[in-house]
Design a protein around this ligand. Structure first.
Ligand code: ATP
Ligand code: MG
Length: 360
């Protein structure tokens, strides 16, 4: 009997999540087999927008029930939630945001690299040139329920949307980003704000960044406004290393970074974690992609790579590193889906990575 058993809640969700999650499971199982631990998967296949359309909640019985269920697991392995006909904000507010808040998953970490075999849209960049880590604040900031509408439906209609920045929330994401930056070769952290336009919350973020950086004299720092940072990320991506940002700015940067590094979001993984807690949520950056669902052409690498992040968080570092090496090898061998210019199907890529994990 293997000594360690990881209990994982698998939530494929909608669209291509149903195609990519099985590939992620296949690869995680292959890594577990090689490194001598076991993964016990529980499948929550009905946590979907289809269920929402039928019953009014994504999780049967409601999200509070879902959170009680999830407490029993080491981790949540998610595909994508969202489907045409169900309003966009539902998947966020009826599933993801309550989970992030209930489990205190305040850090959303999204690496972006130009891997071998993946075409970087910037002509002069070689594989390995770009290695970015976006650290996004995940539970407060601009994504808030505070606000409302006044005089709705009249000519005087007003919408108010507040952003909430707490010292506790800002400090812990900045401090965690410094820790991550310190653990990487370049030891370089950039903070993204917009303190000239947003004159209360963003200067507060800058103030906390400047206070906390004194604890990390070995980490080189920069502060950029989000607009020029976006421009520089396109013209000089290799100059950056770790970037920390608020909920909204981090969301935008973490779609931009993989697009710059790898020409799209199909290979991009993400983790939603509290670094001090075991339970985290791991999911690819991409959504449910209804336009390609059911054709067997979705790129499973973002999902598989999220599996590696999950194993690393659960202490299975060797298994996680083997998955990363297997991904690099399979892509370099040209086994890739159409979005990367290849001809392989979703499951062919998954099979190739699973096979490679056993030896690489
Ligand atoms: P969400 O709101 O959930 O983030 P989105 O509207 O941003 O979703 P995605 O589903 O992330 O959209 O994808 C945008 C487009 O990118 C898709 O329609 C699809 O064409 C392409 N795409 C996304 N993920 C993949 C993938 N894994 N493989 C191939 N193509 C993908
Ligand atoms: Mg998106």
């Amino acid at each position: 009997m293997p000594s360690t058993v990881l209990k994982i809640a698998a939530v494929p969700g909608d669209g291509i999540g149903k195609e990519t999650v099985p590939e992620g499971i296949k690869v995680v199982d292959a890594a577990a087999e090689r490194f001598g631990f076991k993964v016990e998967w529980t499948h929550f296949n009905d946590w979907t927008c289809e269920n929402y359309a039928k019953t009014g909640t994504i999780v049967p019985g409601g999200i509070d029930e879902g959170i009680k269920i999830l407490k029993a697991y080491d981790s949540i392995f998610l595909g994508a939630v969202g489907w045409p006909g169900v309003a966009d904000h539902i998947s966020l507010w009826d599933l993801l945001i309550p989970i992030r808040r209930a489990f205190g998953l305040f850090a959303n970490v999204r690496p972006a690299q130009n891997l071998p075999g993946v075409r970087c849209p910037l002509a002069n960049k070689k594989p390995g040139d770009i290695d970015l880590l976006i650290v996004r604040e995940n539970v407060e900031g601009e994504y808030s329920q505070v606000g409302g509408r006044i005089y709705q439906g009249t000519e005087d209609d007003i919408a108010i949307q507040e952003a909430i920045f707490t010292r506790r929330g800002v400090d812990r994401i900045i401090r965690y980003a410094f820790e991550l930056a310190r653990s990487r070769p370049k030891k370089h952290l950039t903070s993204a704000t917009k303190s000239n336009g947003i004159i209360h919350s963003m200067p507060f973020w800058d103030e906390r960044f400047n206070a906390i950086k004194k604890e990390y004299p070995d980490v080189k720092t920069n502060q950029f406004h989000i607009d020029i940072l976006c421009a520089r990320l396109v013209t000089n991506p290799e100059w950056f290393d770790t970037i920390v940002a608020s909920n909204l700015f981090g969301d935008i940067l973490s779609d931009l970074a993989p697009a710059v590094a790898a020409g799209g979001i199909g290979v991009a993984p993400s983790s939603n974690i509290n670094p001090k807690e075991r339970l985290g949520l791991f999911e690819p950056v991409h959504g449910s992609a209804p336009d390609i669902y059911g054709k067997g052409i979705a790129n499973p690498i973002g999902q598989i790579s999220s599996g590696a992040m999950m194993l690393r968080h659960l202490g299975q570092t060797e298994a996680a590193n083997a998955i990363d090496r297997a991904i690099a090898k399979v892509l370099a061998d040209g086994i890739k889906t159409g979005d990367l210019g290849g001809k392989s199907s979703t499951s062919e890529v998954g099979d190739a990575v699973a096979q490679s994990v056993a030896t690489v």
